[in-house]
Design a protein around this ligand. Structure first.
Ligand SMILES: C[S@@+](CC[C@H](N)C(=O)[O-])C[C@H]1O[C@@H](n2cnc3c(N)ncnc32)[C@H](O)[C@@H]1O
Length: 468
């Protein structure tokens, strides 16, 4: 079959930022073209990879000149591993990019009256800011350009991240800039040990192999959790690996493993075995202790999470006698964080294990004015719920990327709640929900917070007040 030659456009100027970490060009007389790993001001040659009636997607084949917003990416895996896609852009411009994405979503999708948006709160740490990373073992290593150029005889085994769009190919990571240096030491030592013992790395295609995945979590108090997923129940191999980690890294206060023989890597339905230490690590925010179990959700940039929670608490304007609902409470972190400033906080969440953690975190901190309920939000958060539990003075809502179900928004509208604090990790769905809430609520404050430097993701906190 004859291969079609891709259409090439030469000397295309990248004009502006678009959502999802993409950038656009608007050539005169042509359709809008999306590219990645570019920046406004770049001039490039591109090959059109996908063409629709109103837009096209293209891959850069050559740079002619570079944007003034650029910097040299500092990671050797940039562009291959799929993470940190904005690393080629200076952090100040990344913040401008995120601020504009929030503003654009609220204006274009929300179409509501807005106050002046507060300047974005950037992350003091732009490297080594994450407290959790998950790596995959694979016998199908993806060879990076530098690997091929080195002409070295490389092992086909890898421990690292999936190549975007390829379920079975893993980029072997030597140094990742996302989690504390110790994470690199532990991961590299585990890789070298597994290689030296000839252990079989997992093959995602045939679903076989001893070593499957590896998770590392740490806290600002210096506690570390390691969890190894094995693809088969071979006690001798499991002991060998776990004893190695225990002896080599006494810093691991929680050393766990799982034998996972199902088709995917997800942990939620797996039995976690404690090899050594405790089944959890403990994080501290404003003197409160938060137990983090391997399956628990906890915001991955601890320092920025504390800032985000403070912003939400300040917007909530608590004086001590309020009834607060914390919708989509997860492990109850916000509920517990604000409980000392409120009369009562009710947290609602659909994951039963998260609610167990939430209750435990109240208990550990001697907090007695919280109540946690497990349910799907659209089923539980109804006028009957409000009649039973009372009209809240404040609702804090922090839904997943999909935003709130329309019926949840309806209940909020009918509840007469004077104040709503809406935290979101997706400005587009937040804007959609704000447009619905606009029927009765005015947006009083908007505060973007950057939790994930070098990615396009941005959190946004909005304060809404009921109109008279
Ligand atoms: C962005 S997280 C909120 C995390 C929490 N506020 C925190 O800061 O740790 C969203 C939460 O919503 C929960 N969730 C998702 N869909 C839900 C639903 N339909 N009903 C109730 N909770 C849901 C998820 O399990 C997750 O814990």
């Amino acid at each position: 079959m004859k291969q079609r030659t891709p259409k090439v456009i030469e000397r295309l100027r990248i004009d502006e930022a678009a959502s999802e970490g993409k950038f656009i060009s608007k050539p005169e007389g042509g359709k809008v073209i999306f590219t990645e790993y570019t920046a406004p001001g770049d001039v490039v040659d591109v090959e059109i990879r996908k063409s629709k009636s109103s837009f096209a997607e293209a891959k850069v084949t050559q740079f002619h000149s570079f944007s003034s917003h650029r910097q040299d990416p500092f990671c050797k895996h940039y562009g291959t591993c799929g993470g940190c896609r904005l690393q080629h852009i200076q952090y100040t411009y990344q913040l401008e990019y995120k601020f504009n994405q929030v503003k654009d979503a609220l204006e274009r999708i929300g179409k509501i009256a807005l106050p002046e948006i507060n300047p974005i709160l950037g992350s003091a740490r732009t490297e080594y800011y994450r407290n959790k990373m998950e790596y995959s073992f694979s016998s199908r290593r993806w060879l990076e350009a530098s690997d091929i150029a080195s002409r070295e005889q490389l092992s086909r085994n890898a421990l690292g991240f999936h190549v975007p769009g390829m379920f079975d190919r893993i980029v072997h990571i030597q140094h990742c800039y996302l989690q504390d240096h110790t994470a690199n030491e532990i991961r590299n030592a585990l890789y070298a040990f597994a290689e030296s013992k000839g252990l079989i790395f997992f093959d995602q295609k045939i679903q076989q192999g001893c070593l499957r995945s590896f998770m590392l979590r740490n806290t600002s108090k210096g506690e570390w959790m390691a969890l190894v997923q094995f693809g088969q129940a071979n006690d001798e191999e499991i002991s060998m690996v776990m004893d190695f980690l225990h002896e080599k890294f006494p810093i691991l206060t929680s050393l766990l493993y799982v034998v996972n023989q199902k088709l995917n890597d997800s942990l939620y339905d797996q039995e976690v075995v404690v090899h050594k230490g405790l089944p959890y690590i403990v994080e501290e925010l404003e003197g409160l202790q938060f137990r983090i179990q391997p399956k628990s959700f906890f915001q991955t940039n601890t320092a920025q999470a504390e800032i985000l929670y403070r912003v939400a608490r300040t917007m909530a304007g608590l004086k001590g006698d309020e009834l607060v609902f914390d919708l989509y409470t997860g492990t109850g972190t916000i509920a517990n964080f604000i409980a000392r400033q409120a009369r009562k906080v009710i947290g609602i969440e659909s994951v039963p294990m998260a609610i167990e953690d939430a209750k435990l975190n109240s208990q550990v901190n001697g907090i007695q004015n919280t109540e946690f309920l497990v349910a799907d939000m659209k089923d539980i958060f109804t006028p009957a719920f409000i009649a039973q539990h009372g009209k809240p003075d404040v609702v804090i809502t922090d839904p997943p990327r999909a935003g709130m179900h329309e019926s949840v928004v309806r209940t909020l509208l009918d509840s007469g709640t004077p104040r709503i604090v809406y935290i979101s990790c997706n400005p587009a769905t937040q804007a959609r929900d704000l447009a619905l809430l606009d029927e009765k609520y005015t947006v009083k404050e908007v505060q973007p917070v950057d939790m994930f430097p070098h990615t396009h993701h941005c959190e946004n906190v909005v304060l809404l007040e009921l109109r008279d």
